[in-house]
Design a protein around this ligand. Structure first.
Ligand SMILES: C[S@@+](CC[C@H](N)C(=O)[O-])C[C@H]1O[C@@H](n2cnc3c(N)ncnc32)[C@H](O)[C@@H]1O
Length: 243
């Protein structure tokens, strides 16, 4: 039921849909100002955050396994000196350390097992400079919506995006089925289907995970460092290693 997602077939659609998402940019750029570069981004997608950081003069190493995502990312960050790397956050071996490692916008929701989570955090621990920060955000599962209800996600020029979700509580998995309808120049409607599988986390599961690897952390309920409340849509973590 749980299957690993290759973002390559989703790349153009992902970029179209999320390139203008900005809620988290100030949070991550401020961390980069405070802790400096190079910044290692895990699951850098098509460079949304990498671009914002690089435009502030920060050196970014953008780790991304999906070739088409990297291709669009390289285009989106052209001329900004972002270093794009093919790689997997579960097997970090970069032979250097970073003052800041980030995993924005649910990238960690693609770690589907405890072993994958642990391997990733072990890698982060090994690649983080003393005094450095590991920051990430994931959805708060308290806000998982209704299952099977078709929602209109947005309009992008000649493209309309609809989605419906499937929730598998025992696997802590959320499957989002996208229907991407594009009106072609000849007036035909072309439909593409994509499914995104995300493994969600509970709050204390994340806290226990960080503690198990001797990380201390602050947990926020939003990108302005507001406290976590029942309304918070995201868990935002800033963590550092107790050495
Ligand atoms: C939701 S996107 C986030 C992209 C980007 N961080 C942003 O904020 O727009 C998640 C990204 O994580 C990548 N990803 C999935 N599994 C990964 C893994 N094991 N290691 C590194 N990246 C991974 C996906 O290919 C995808 O580009």
């Amino acid at each position: 039921m749980i299957f690993r997602v290759d973002y390559s077939p989703l790349a153009a659609f992902y970029h179209l849909q999320y390139q203008h998402y900005t809620d988290d940019l100030e949070f991550y750029t401020r961390l980069a100002r405070d802790y400096g570069g190079p910044v290692l981004e895990l699951g850098a997608g098509t460079g949304r955050v990498a671009r914002a950081l690089a435009r502030q003069g920060v050196e970014v190493w953008a780790l991304e396994p999906a070739q088409q995502m990297r291709k669009l990312g390289a285009r989106h960050t052209q001329g900004l000196g972002v270093k794009w790397l093919a790689g997997d956050m579960r097997q970090l071996k970069l032979k250097r350390q970073f003052p800041l490692i980030i995993a924005p916008f649910n990238a960690l929701m693609h770690l589907y097992t405890l072993d994958e989570q642990d391997a990733t955090l072990e890698g982060v621990q090994a690649h983080l400079e003393a005094g450095g920060r590991f920051a990430f955000d994931v959805y708060n599962p308290a806000h998982i919506g209704l299952q099977g209800v078709l929602q209109h996600e947005g309009s992008y020029g000649q493209t309309e995006v609809f989605l419906h979700q499937e929730h598998h509580p025992t696997a802590q998995a959320l499957l989002t089925h996208y229907l991407v309808d594009t009106l072609t120049p000849t007036g035909n409607l072309k439909r593409q289907r994509h499914t995104l599988t995300q493994r969600y986390y509970t709050r204390y599961e994340l806290e226990r995970w960080l503690r198990a690897f001797a990380f201390e952390y602050r947990l926020f309920g939003g990108f302005h460092k507001e406290p976590l409340t029942p309304e918070s849509a995201v868990f935002v973590f800033e963590a550092w290693h107790r050495r």
